[in-house]
Write a protein that binds this ligand. Structure first.
Ligand SMILES: *Cc1c(COP(=O)(O)O)cnc(C)c1O
Length: 354
């Protein structure tokens, strides 16, 4: 603590990201990054963007990227917002759309950045407990609120809420903004995204990221899609904060990624089939695995302690994520890696469990 900190700063509880270890020998299955590199076309676009134009500010409205996203998702550019990672987009959502008279609602087991933004922007919230099977309990959201947000698939459970359920939620909740954080939606079955509902529900905002399914966590590119009024609200916040959240190289990478659908589809398939393999293998080892539609799985063993297993894996140079929280402490959250990494994980767990 410093005497220069305001009481507000003293009171903040910042987010703690998963470890990014300096030791490259570790098998890193802890932060849901993609195990495959960005597409060669993306690498080439970024290289070409490193030129004398870097002395110029980037286009502040990111028109070309917005048009690319609009074409891809069958929307208009006015229905698209872009930002420096979806974390920044989410920060603007909380700041611009969730500062309401009523508390906002989100699941008790969910992305741990949500309470951090509530703290930063002074937003009241109420956590809705997940059902016994760790799925979203829709009944809990049938009450007055200042907004609703949940990841779909949920993190860190991996469970997917179907489009019909999302529709029902929107039907019951016309007077506040419903945000679906689709960081992992590309790993779910095709047609699961709520983007298709945007033209029907002007209070729906869908947030996505290029960090997971598009192998670009290091470039920091996120976006939101929704009705024109919601996007305009976000633009007002963004233009009161930082007019240039995406630089030339980021914009080039993002556009090139959406223009290379074959590579995207191929990597997506690889991750999904590896996920199914890991689930099978974990079950053979006696784990109970939640059904996952993401690029990670949440699994617990009937007679092994979650923290102890995490530490034993670490001793074998494999890092995964453990959450020391109610209803999660028995679990391991394991990011899907390459087939080699996944084999290492399963072999290590086999040795530990014996
Ligand atoms: C990873 C993640 C994000 C953040 O993604 P960035 O675009 O890298 O900031 C947002 N929401 C959820 C649920 C995530 O898991």
């Amino acid at each position: 603590m410093s005497k220069f900190w305001s009481d507000f700063v003293v009171g903040l509880e910042p987010y703690v990201p998963g470890e990014q270890p300096a030791n490259a020998n570790l098998t890193k299955l802890n932060t849901n990054e993609n195990p495959y590199p960005p597409s060669p076309a993306v690498m080439q676009a970024m290289e070409s963007a490193v030129n004398d134009d870097l002395r110029l500010y980037p286009p502040s409205n990111a028109d070309q990227l917005k048009q690319t996203l609009a074409d891809y998702f069958q929307l208009t550019p006015e229905q698209v917002f872009v930002g420096n990672g979806s974390d920044e987009v989410l920060a603007h959502v909380f700041n611009g759309l969730f500062r309401q008279a009523q508390p906002i609602l989100y699941p008790d087991i969910s992305y741990s950045f949500y309470p951090v933004y509530c703290g930063l922007y002074g937003i009241e919230f109420s956590k809705v407990p997940l059902a016994d099977d760790y799925s979203l309990d829709l009944e809990g959201y049938r009450r007055a609120n200042g907004g609703i947000i949940f990841p779909n698939p949920n993190a860190p459970t991996g469970r997917l809420l179907g489009l019909d359920a999302i529709k029902a939620l929107l039907q019951d909740n016309r007077d506040s903004v419903v945000v679906v954080d689709e960081a992992y939606i590309d790993f779910a079955e095709a047609g699961s995204s709520a983007v298709s509902l945007i033209d029907q529900y002007y209070n729906l905002l869908v947030v996505q990221t290029m960090s997971k399914s598009r192998s670009l966590a290091g470039m920091r590119i996120g976006y939101a899609m929704g009705s024109k009024v919601l996007i305009e609200g976000l633009e007002r916040i963004k233009n009161s904060f930082n007019s240039y959240p995406l630089g030339h190289v980021q914009l080039a990478a993002a556009i090139a990624s959406f223009n290379d659908p074959d590579y995207f589809a191929a990597m997506r398939e690889k991750v999904i089939s590896s996920r199914e393999w890991i689930v099978e293998q974990l079950k053979v080892l006696g784990f109970d695995v939640l059904p996952s539609s993401a690029n990670f799985v949440l699994a617990r063993h009937s007679d092994q302690n979650g923290l102890a297993l995490t530490q034993s894996l670490r001793d074998k140079n494999i890092i995964i994520r453990h959450f020391n929280k109610p209803r999660l402490s028995e679990f391991l959250r394991i990011t899907v890696g390459t087939p080699e990494q996944n084999q290492q994980l399963i072999d290590a767990l086999g040795e530990i469990i014996g």
